[in-house]
Design a protein around this ligand. Sequence first.
Ligand SMILES: Cc1cc2nc3c(=O)[nH]c(=O)nc-3n(C[C@H](O)[C@H](O)[C@H](O)COP(=O)(O)O)c2cc1C
Length: 221
Amino acid sequence: MKIIGLCASPRGKKSSTMSLVKQGLLGSEKKGAKTEFINLCKKEIKFCTGCGVCYKKGKCVHKDDFKDILVAILESDGIILGSPNYINSVSAQMKVFLDRLADSIHCQRFNGKYGFSVSTAGGSNSGLVCDYLNNTLLILGANTVGKINIDIGANPDGFSDVKDEAFLMGEKLFDAIEKKETWPEQEMLHTEMRERMKYIITLNKDEWQSEYDYWKKQGWL
Ligand SMILES: Cc1cc2nc3c(=O)[nH]c(=O)nc-3n(C[C@H](O)[C@H](O)[C@H](O)COP(=O)(O)O)c2cc1C
């Protein structure tokens, strides 16, 4: 089993969010998973231009680090996403990365994978950031096992407990993957997404050849 952790705090070793992502990875490692950590802020990831070439050809016009990161994710069974709260949202580095996944959403490429999200905030709304990240995992087709977040200013002594929780969440992620756990609410969401994507892929089949071919290959059409 392989679990990948992606973090988008630019603060390097000083990042609280990064330490929570790494705790999650340690939890999964203890159970026996292989792990990989990627600091998105150290990667070159260009803005999505919305050109739609990925829908048609299955590859992006940009030459940068995104492709290797996507390959590493697709080879993984589990994904931990981490971002600090920047103005009640994810950091820009995380958003630039997520925008490059539009074609993966159309193709539901994270189908069968599991994940969870972590976030820290100075004052508030770290939970909101996790909800956004978990929702992104869901619309990509993955199941989510929970979230780990802390508003540090409101809970200055709570960080070591939250680190322990992140470790346990890493173990929970391992178990969910091993047991191929499912949850009715998430299954319903996946079914809805599959229907919506099927509709737009079919509607645009002459233009989005690569995505249409992918869906056919999966036996979803
Ligand atoms: C550009 C920027 C925007 C921020 N916006 C918020 C915010 O809206 N709410 C909040 O509670 N904290 C905010 N913070 C504080 C960070 O969320 C907080 O320090 C976080 O723990 C940093 O995580 P890190 O240590 O992983 O980098 C912001 C910090 C920066 C640099």
